[in-house]
Each structure stands twice: as structure tokens, then as C-alpha cells.
Ligand binder design. Structure first.
Ligand SMILES: NC(=O)C1=CN([C@@H]2O[C@H](COP(=O)(O)OP(=O)(O)OC[C@H]3O[C@@H](n4cnc5c(N)ncnc54)[C@H](OP(=O)(O)O)[C@@H]3O)[C@@H](O)[C@H]2O)C=CC1
Ligand SMILES: N[C@@H](CC=O)C(=O)O
Length: 412
């Protein structure tokens, strides 16, 4: 027999309303008792008695056993979620920024207070990736989790490449459709994808990472010359977060635009759709595809978490408990395309090797190998130059191997 859920809902925006539509169309054993919002003067589609601007009406109501947190303010969300967990309420949240910034502590709170926090909707909207990483890949050796994790930037890239829309128009449309974050820099700057991949890494590898230590550069400096380069090569450009094993003990995590070949599953992922590729030792490559943003797709993931709470489902974070720990670092070497304006940028971003160069009056580009740590250190300079950097996806031997080769060949 499933538990009756008495719900306090925080947020009645794109996702909150999407979730509400789903709950009224499916008859689970649950009731939304109160909805907390911020602006009391906004017109609502439901009776006014259902709404409050006082969070304590929900948090201190002993009848409410489940809090659904769907607000667009990560700091307030952290206060609400941690208070609820400490006070015996289970929580569902879609707030990837809040979760990624506080995950380790939120896991401790769940353990200490015997409460559950579920957040499938926080990573890739409707795609059920967290529960799969947690349960299905429980004992599988995972080499890599990567893909398209941000619907807004993918929507923008689809519109500018396939429909000749301007970047600004496409971004505005993504905002109108409710895909973009309140601050869209989070989307186009690769922060949102970074928060999501950090959460995924906790379930894939048992790693709690400070997102500030992870490289993220997005599509914000995309220029016509970059689009020309990509199209001439018959490739597509996607914003791709990567979490991959370098060896038994080390994991690399980063977010960069990526040049994608026609035979890559990501090539055909367009608009607000997301795609998650899991590379596992025995299952080999698997690909999950679905809507990554929007009220109903995200609401569906939140609804599935609510449904799971009726049966006391919780994440066990099993991989954080194993003895053989893995570490995160930025030592990986990748091949990148870098289009830039000022030659001095190459002093800030030291290339290990250069495979292709081009120069004209307006701009220059190089294709070559570079350490993630060096891109991380040069991030501000890259963005200030107006440069655009993208992972070519071409395999590069690890730094140690390159260093060994340099010694063999007597290269400095
Ligand atoms: N949009 C999407 O496709 C997806 C969004 N998410 C995440 O879901 C969350 C909600 O996003 P979304 O629905 O798009 O956001 P919206 O901006 O559409 O809605 C935000 C809601 O939060 C309410 N709110 C803000 N601050 C507070 C507060 N302190 N107390 C109570 N209510 C508050 C707002 O109130 P009011 O109505 O009064 O303004 C509004 O109802 C975010 O964390 C987002 O990152 C996750 C996956 C997909
Ligand atoms: N802004 C996000 C919303 C879903 O997480 C996105 O565009 O993917």
C-alpha cells in the first residue's frame, strides 16, 4: 500500500505549473495542500487560498510530509530544502544549482535525519538518468557519462545553425518558451550543464566535487567564423559536459562546446532535447534521449520522484561508500579548436602541440592539444578576448604519455 503524500509545493512557475497539470491528470494518493510563491500580486490559475508567500506555512505544518521545491532562487531553495530535511519531511527538487553546490551536505542531512531528497528533474529534464546511474549501473564499471545536458543552449545552436536565426533571437525564444534559467548566462555559459554533470558524477563515480573547480566554457562567444568552420567540416556544434575516467583512480570533468561528427548520437539531438551517453565496461555505449527542459517534461520527472516517495524510495549513494575512491583533476589533455582575436592569448593558454593554424585580418584559429588545467586558468582571458573554444573530440594521449614521448625525442 502506498503512503499518502501531503505536499507543500514551492514555486508555481514553468515547472511548478507543469507538475500541477500532471498531478491533476493522474490520480495518485496525494494532495497539494499549499503552494508558496514569491509575488502575491501575480494572477494565478488556482484559488488564492492555495497560495502563500510565507514559507513557514509549509515548513512548520506537521501535516505536510513532502516538500516539492521548484523555485528559481538557489539560496532560498537551499534554506527551504535543508530545513525540510532536518525536520522530517522528504523533498523533491529540480534545482541543479542548489543541489550541485550543496550535495555532500544534503546527503549527510538525509542520512542523519532519515529523510529523502530526490532530484531526477534537476539533470536533463525528463531523462531518467540519476536513478539509472544509481541503480542500473550500480556495479557496472563506468568509463564516461557525457552528452547534451542543457536544453536552452542546444535550442539556440539548432536555431542559429539550422534556421539562420540570430543568437539573440534564439535566446529570447528559449526564454519565452520557459527553457532558460532566470539568468541565461547559466545556460549559455555552461554553468547549468556543469551543475548537472557534477550531480551525475556523484551517482556515477561516488564523487562530490566543488563545481567551482570544474572548467565550464559555453557558447557565449560563438561567431559566424566558428559556424563556417563547423559547417565546412560537415560537423555540428553542441555544448557537451563530460565526466570520464582517465584511469582507475582519476576522473576528468569539464564542459565545453564540442565539434560533433555525423555518426555521433549527439549529432541529431536538436532544440530543447537532451541526450546522455553512458560508456560502460560491459554494456558498452548506451544513449538516453528526451526533452531536457520545459514545464511538462521536467514536471514528469518531478512527478516520478513524488511517486517513488510513496514507496519510500531514496538514493543510497552506494558509490560514495566504496573503499576504492576516485579523484577528480584537470590533468586531461584534449584537442581543441580555438578561434581568437589577439595573439597574446596564446601566451595565456599554452598549447602542448599545434596541428593546424589559420590567420586572416579579422581573426585567427589554431587546432591543437592543451591541458584542461591550462584552459581552466585561461578562462577569463579566453572570454575577454571574445575567443571561442571547442573540444574537437579527437583522441589525445594522456599528459604522461606525451611527456614520455617528449623525453624520448629530446623535446623540451
Ligand atoms: N524551466 C525548465 O525547463 C527547468 C527548470 N528547472 C529548475 O526548476 C526550478 C524552477 O524553474 P522554473 O519553473 O523554470 O522557474 P520560474 O521562474 O518559471 O518559476 C519560479 C517560481 O519560483 C517562485 N519563487 C521564487 N523565489 C521564491 C521563494 N523564495 N519562495 C517561494 N517561491 C519562490 C516564483 O514565484 P512567483 O510566481 O511569485 O514569481 C515562481 O513561481 C529552477 O531551479 C530551475 O533551474 C529544472 C529543469 C527544467
Ligand atoms: N535551463 C535549463 C532548464 C532545464 O534544466 C535548460 O535549458 O536545460
Amino acid at each position: 500500500m502506498s503512503k499518502k503524500l501531503k505536499i507543500g509545493l514551492f514555486g508555481f512557475g514553468v515547472v511548478g505549473q507543469g507538475l500541477y497539470d500532471i498531478t491533476v491528470s493522474r490520480h495518485l494518493n496525494l494532495e497539494i495542500k499549499k503552494i508558496a510563491i514569491k509575488d502575491a500580486s501575480k494572477k494565478r490559475s488556482l484559488p488564492s487560498e492555495l497560495f502563500t508567500t510565507d514559507r513557514w506555512e509549509i515548513l512548520n505544518d506537521p501535516e505536510i510530509n513532502t516538500v516539492i521545491e521548484l523555485i528559481n532562487d538557489a539560496e532560498a531553495a537551499y534554506e527551504i530544502v535543508s530545513y525540510a530535511l532536518k525536520n522530517g519531511k522528504n523533498v523533491v527538487s529540480a534545482n541543479k544549482k542548489m543541489i550541485a553546490l550543496h550535495l555532500e551536505e544534503l546527503v549527510q542531512l538525509q542520512r542523519k535525519h532519515d529523510t529523502a531528497l530526490l532530484y531526477e528533474g534537476a539533470v536533463c529534464g525528463s531523462i531518467p538518468i540519476i536513478r539509472n546511474l544509481e541503480e542500473y549501473y550500480d556495479n557496472e564499471l563506468l568509463y564516461a557519462v557525457s552528452g547534451i545536458f542543457n536544453g536552452s543552449s542546444n535550442y539556440i545552436l539548432s536555431k542559429v545553425f539550422n534556421e539562420n536565426q540570430t543568437y539573440g533571437d534564439a535566446l529570447r525564444k528559449a526564454q519565452e518558451l520557459g527553457f532558460a534559467e532566470t539568468d541565461p548566462t547559466l545556460d549559455v555559459g555552461g554553468y547549468d550543464a556543469k551543475f548537472k554533470v557534477c550531480i551525475a558524477a556523484a551517482h556515477a563515480y561516488g564523487l562530490f566535487i566543488n563545481p567551482d573547480d570544474v572548467l565550464n566554457i559555453g557558447i557565449q562567444n560563438l561567431h559566424l567564423s566558428d559556424m563556417k568552420y563547423v559547417s565546412e567540416k560537415g560537423q555540428k556544434l553542441k555544448l557537451v559536459p563530460v565526466a570520464k575516467k582517465r584511469n582507475d583512480n582519476e576522473v576528468s570533468i569539464y564542459v565545453l562546446p564540442k565539434l560533433v561528427e555525423r555518426d555521433d548520437f549527439l549529432y541529431n539531438v536538436e532544440n530543447e532535447y537532451n541526450g546522455v551517453s553512458v560508456q560502460a565496461a560491459f554494456a558498452d555505449q548506451q544513449f538516453f534521449f528526451g526533452k531536457g527542459a520545459g514545464g511538462h517534461p521536467t514536471g514528469a520527472a518531478v512527478f516520478s520522484d513524488i511517486s517513488a516517495l510513496r514507496y519510500d524510495y531514496r538514493y543510497e549513494y552506494k558509490k560514495t561508500l566504496v573503499e576504492e575512491k576516485v579523484d577528480f583533476n584537470n590533468e586531461e589533455v584534449i584537442q581543441v579548436y580555438l578561434r581568437f582575436n589577439q595573439q597574446r592569448l596564446l601566451q595565456e593558454l599554452p598549447f602542448i602541440s599545434i596541428d593546424e593554424t589559420f590567420s586572416c585580418k579579422q581573426y585567427h584559429y589554431v587546432v591543437g592539444s592543451v591541458r584542461l588545467a591550462d584552459i581552466f586558468n585561461a578562462k577569463d582571458a579566453i572570454l575577454a578576448d571574445g575567443a571561442f573554444i571547442a573540444d574537437t573530440g579527437k583522441y589525445v594521449a594522456h599528459t604522461e604519455t606525451l611527456a614520455e614521448e617528449a623525453v624520448c625525442c629530446n623535446i623540451d
